[in-house]
Design a protein around this ligand. Structure first.
Ligand code: NDP
Length: 298
C-alpha cells in the first residue's frame, strides 16, 4: 500500500453536526402577537444572517429562570417587552448608562458574567421623529402624556435630543412627579395635573405614551394644546393608536404619527447591538403597514 493511501485511510472522516443558528427571543406577557420575530427575521434575510428568533411568554418574577433555560438552549440575545423591562435591568450583570437612567431594559445580550442590558426604545423614538420624519427637536416645547416605562425612555431621549421644555402629565400624578425627580432637571422638566391641560398653552410636539388606546379609550384632551405646526405622536400603533390620532387630526395637528416606525427602529438598534450591522428599516415598515389593520396618518 502506498504511503499516501495509508495516510488517507488513517484520517477519520468527520461528520460534524452543523452548528445550530444563534438563538434570539422576545420575552413578555402577553407576547404571542409580538411583531419582533417577524421584524428580526426580515432584518436577518436582508443582511444575510442566519438566526432563530422565538417569542417566549414569562410571568413577572420569572425572567431570570426563563433566561437561564434560554441560555442553556443557546440563547444569546433577548428583547424584553411589557411587563418585564424593569426586571430585565435588575437581573442584568451590567447595563448601559441610558438603561440605568431610564430604569428599564428592552435588550439583553449574553456576556461571560450573565446578561448586558440596554434600552433602544429612546433611540427608536428619536430615529423615527428626527430621521424618518425629519423633525428638528431642538428647543421644542413638548408634552408627554403618561409616566410608565415607555414614557421614561421617551423623556430621557427627547431631553438628550435637545428639546427646550418637557411637560409630563399622567393620570396618576405621583408617577409623573417620580419621573421628573428621576430626571432631575427642574428648569426644563415640569409636571402638571391632567385637569390643568387647558392652561398649559400650545405645544410643538405631543407624545402619547399612555396605553389607553389598547382599551380603545379616548383621552380627554383640549385642542388648545395643539400648536401652530404641532406634531402628535402615539407610541402605540395599529388599532390602539386610532383614538389619539383621530383626536389629533380633528384638533388640527400638522402631523399625526403612530409608533410603528419607533418599533421597527428600536428593533434595528437591537439588531445592531447583536450583529454589528444596522439593517434598513423602510421595507419592513412598509410591509407591516400593509398588513396591520390601521395605519399612521400624516
Ligand atoms: P405602562 O403600563 O408602563 O404605562 C402605561 C401608562 O398609560 C401609564 O402612564 C398609565 O397611567 C397610562 N394609562 C393607561 N390607561 C390610561 C387611561 N385610560 N387614561 C390615561 N392614562 C392611562 O406601559 P408602557 O409605558 O410600557 O407602554 C405605553 C404605550 O407605549 C403602550 O401603548 C405601548 O404599546 C407603547 N410602546 C410602544 C413602543 C414602540 O416601540 N412603539 C415601545 C414601548 C411601548 P397610570 O400611571 O395612571 O396608570
Amino acid at each position: 500500500m502506498s504511503e499516501s493511501r495509508m495516510l488517507f485511510e488513517e484520517q477519520p472522516v468527520l461528520h460534524e453536526d452543523p452548528q445550530p443558528d444563534p438563538l434570539y427571543a422576545v420575552f413578555g406577557q402577553p407576547v404571542a402577537h409580538s411583531l419582533s420575530p417577524m421584524i428580526h427575521q426580515r432584518f436577518a434575510a436582508q443582511t444575510r444572517k442566519s438566526l432563530r428568533y422565538e417569542a417566549i411568554e414569562v410571568v413577572p418574577g420569572g425572567l431570570a429562570e426563563a433566561l437561564a433555560a434560554f441560555s442553556a438552549r443557546g440563547g444569546v440575545g433577548a428583547n424584553i417587552t411589557l411587563p418585564l423591562k424593569a426586571e430585565a435591568l435588575r437581573i442584568a450583570a451590567e447595563a448601559s448608562d441610558f438603561a440605568k437612567r431610564v430604569g428599564a431594559a428592552n435588550v439583553l445580550s449574553r456576556i461571560a458574567s450573565g446578561w448586558r442590558a440596554e434600552n433602544t426604545d429612546g433611540k427608536g423614538l428619536i430615529a423615527d421623529l428626527a430621521e424618518r420624519h425629519r423633525l428638528d427637536l431642538r428647543g421644542r416645547r413638548v408634552l408627554l402624556l403618561g409616566a410608565g416605562g415607555a414614557a421614561h425612555a421617551a423623556a430621557f431621549a427627547l431631553l438628550d435630543a435637545g428639546i427646550g421644555e418637557l411637560y409630563i402629565v399622567n393620570r396618576t400624578p405621583e408617577r409623573a412627579d417620580r419621573l421628573a425627580d428621576r430626571i432631575g432637571e427642574p428648569d426644563r422638566v415640569h409636571t402638571r395635573y391632567w385637569q390643568d391641560l387647558d392652561r398649559l398653552g400650545a405645544f410643538d410636539l405631543i407624545v402619547n405614551a399612555t396605553s389607553a388606546g389598547h382599551a380603545q379609550q379616548t383621552l380627554a384632551l383640549p385642542s388648545s394644546i395643539i400648536g401652530a405646526r404641532c406634531v402628535c405622536y402615539d407610541m402605540s400603533y395599529s388599532l390602539a393608536a386610532v383614538p389619539f390620532l383621530a383626536w389629533a387630526r380633528a384638533a388640527g395637528a400638522q402631523l399625526a404619527l403612530d409608533g410603528l416606525g419607533m418599533l421597527v427602529e428600536q428593533a434595528a438598534e437591537s439588531f445592531l447591538i447583536w450583529h454589528g450591522v444596522r439593517p434598513d428599516t423602510e421595507d419592513v415598515l412598509a410591509e407591516l403597514r400593509a398588513h396591520l389593520p390601521a395605519q399612521a396618518v400624516e
